[in-house]
Write a protein that binds this ligand. Structure first.
Ligand code: IPM
Ligand code: MG
Length: 368
């Protein structure tokens, strides 16, 4: 049997440096766990634009469709701010999501014990927090037509369209219920059914999928604005949150910050099952390209490392090795290793990106 395949797209900003640490970890699993991947690396975002004049070359897109999983660093940076919208770095990522049909975006917000003091919220509000946001990723206002900037009379009008079909809502609702069954068995669905027809349909369809297929999972509905408020007030009331593309973008950033450390959070974007039964998948840290610290060895590689852990779990059926890697990250934090984003006191010397990667590898060795 051939090795599982992995396409690595480091991208822009801190993407390449955090990905370099993941490569070390992939090598560690190869040398110590007999887990060998066929790894290919390619360009995305601004890096692809610089070389090819497009943020995602067709060959790269084709490769992404073939591999078992894609691991992406980050895209974007001020250098590309002036580019035409159609070739902005973000378009490369959006094309991957759309053409691979990665409709379920899993964004865990987990508070690591060692970092509970780090949140802007009180410790008892966030300690032990473990929620999962399931964000619809291939439809809604990000992709709906009509869209554009048009002339209307003597001025311009900017238009985007929120649009959801029943089947698009059904499939992401199923992803959320399936996940909930393996966690706290609770789903809260968020929309704005009070002001949007797409929200009314969203609520109806989620309720129907629940009643017909997942009646034993606890389901509640919340308006997304109230949901944002509840996330800050008492986030531990939630287990799985399912919501649309735009609300999910906002709510997942808010949830991420509850944990105090955007540099720690991974994500998985999953599509329909492939021939091998595993979903099409792309894994990426929730943080962006952080151009202000790029190239300085300051970035925290943990979010990208934990994204690889999610790949082990969801794409490669390696739940035990995923647990091992997550425990290694937890141990490193408990031992007090801190990249610059995790420092609280002035005058402390931060661990570099490579120090953090090396510490995770040492912890992997200790724990296995
Ligand atoms: C995210 C990002 C992206 C989004 C950008 C980079 C296109 O904010 O993954 O949350 O808006 O989806
Ligand atoms: Mg976002």
């Amino acid at each position: 049997m051939s090795n599982p395949s992995l396409l690595i797209l480091p991208g822009d900003g801190i993407g390449p440096e955090v990905m370099a640490e993941v490569r070390k970890i992939i090598d560690w699993f190869g040398a110590n766990k007999g887990l060998t991947f066929d790894v290919t690396e390619d360009l995305v975002g601004g890096a692809a634009y610089d070389k090819h004049g497009t943020p995602l070359h067709d060959d790269t897109m084709a490769k992404a469709q073939e591999v078992d999983a894609v691991l992406l660093g980050a895209v974007g940076g001020p250098k590309y701010d002036g580019l035409d919208f159609s070739v902005k770095p973000e378009r490369g990522l959006l094309r991957l999501r759309k053409e691979m049909d990665l409709y379920a975006n899993l964004r865990p917000a987990q508070c690591f014990d060692a970092l509970a003091d780090f949140s802007s919220l009180k410790k008892d509000v966030v300690a032990g927090l473990d929620i999962m946001i399931v964000r619809e990723l291939t439809s809604g206002i990000y992709f709906g037509e009509p869209r554009g900037i048009f002339e209307e009379g003597n001025e311009r009008v900017g238009i985007n369209t929120q649009r959801y079909t029943e089947s698009e809502i059904e499939r992401v609702a199923r992803s959320a219920f399936e996940l909930a069954k393996r966690r706290g068995n609770k789903v809260c669905s968020m929309e704005k059914a009070n002001v949007m027809e797409s929200g009314i349909l969203w609520r109806e369809v989620v309720q129907k999928v629940h009643d017909e297929e997942y009646a034993d999972v606890e389901l509640s509905h919340m308006y997304a604005d109230a949901g944002a408020m509840q996330l800050c007030r008492w986030p531990k009331q939630f287990d799985v949150i399912v919501t649309d593309n735009l609300f999910g973008d906002l709510l997942s950033d808010a949830a991420a910050m509850l944990t105090g450390s955007l540099g720690m959070l991974p994500s998985a974007s999953l599509g329909a099952p492939m021939a091998n039964g595993r979903p099409k998948a792309l894994y990426e840290p929730v943080h962006g390209s952080a151009p202000d610290i790029a190239g300085q060895g300051k970035a925290n590689p943990c979010a990208c490392i934990l994204s690889f852990a999610m790949a082990l779990r969801y794409s490669f059926d390696q739940g035990e090795n995923a647990d091992l890697l997550e425990k290694a990250v937890e141990k490193v934090l408990a031992d007090g290793v801190r990249t610059a984003d995790l420092l609280q006191a002035e005058g402390e010397t931060p661990a570099s990106t490579a120090d953090m990667g090396d510490a995770v590898i040492a912890a992997l060795a200790d724990l296995s």
